[in-house]
Design a protein. Structure first.
Length: 190
């Protein structure tokens, strides 16, 4: 496992199950590196939890990955091919499902139906059985496909799989902090 991000990396993809900490990790990585941050959830969801139509979403992601530098967090398997092709580095947060579920439950209690900052307006935090089932079955249903899709890019890109909170902290601690660069550029449709 690679425990640090190589200095020349300019396009970093962060993926993992719901509750794995993608957004928090990406934010901390952006703060350390100064790379622009793109939260895919902020762009995919429209007010009221309305999804972006697939053709429009793919075109939007094509534009995002064409940018010279970014840290992009989110899953969205239908565009993973675009993001994997464009990324220099991929960080897969492969944390235990019990931890992911715990984080989602505590996040729900903490937000109490309010919006998270990285989501559009009128998308209050929600927790339904479908989402819980998605997290619970992620290791058996989604993880094998993610690992299969990462395998062919391992030689050309830096692929890091982090399997515990301590590995996440060690990884972030190993990323040199860049000063004087603005990193927080929330996703927008412009």
């Amino acid at each position: 496992m690679t425990t640090t991000l190589r200095a020349r990396m300019q396009r970093v993809l962060v993926i993992g199950a719901g509750g794995s900490g993608k957004t928090a990790f990406a934010l901390r990585l952006a703060e350390r590196t100064g790379l622009p941050l793109v939260h895919l959830d902020a762009l995919y969801w429209r007010p009221g939890w309305v999804a972006t139509p697939p053709e429009e979403w793919r075109a939007l992601v094509e534009g995002l990955v064409a940018r010279p530098s970014w840290i992009m967090d989110g899953n969205y398997g239908g565009t993973l091919d675009l993001r994997l092709d464009a990324a220099d580095a991929v960080v897969f947060l492969d944390l235990p499902r019990t931890l992911c579920l715990w984080r989602v439950l505590t996040r729900r209690l903490r937000t109490r139906g309010r919006n998270r900052p990285e989501l559009p307006s009128d998308c209050p935090e929600r927790l339904g059985w479908e989402f819980v089932a998605w997290i619970w079955t992620y290791p058996s249903r989604r993880r094998p496909d993610i690992l299969r899709r990462l395998a062919p890019v391992r030689d050309a890109k830096q692929v890091t799989v982090l399997s515990s909170a301590s590995e996440v902290e060690a990884f972030l601690a190993g990323v040199p902090k860049v000063s004087g660069r603005s990193s927080l550029t929330p996703g927008s449709r412009s």
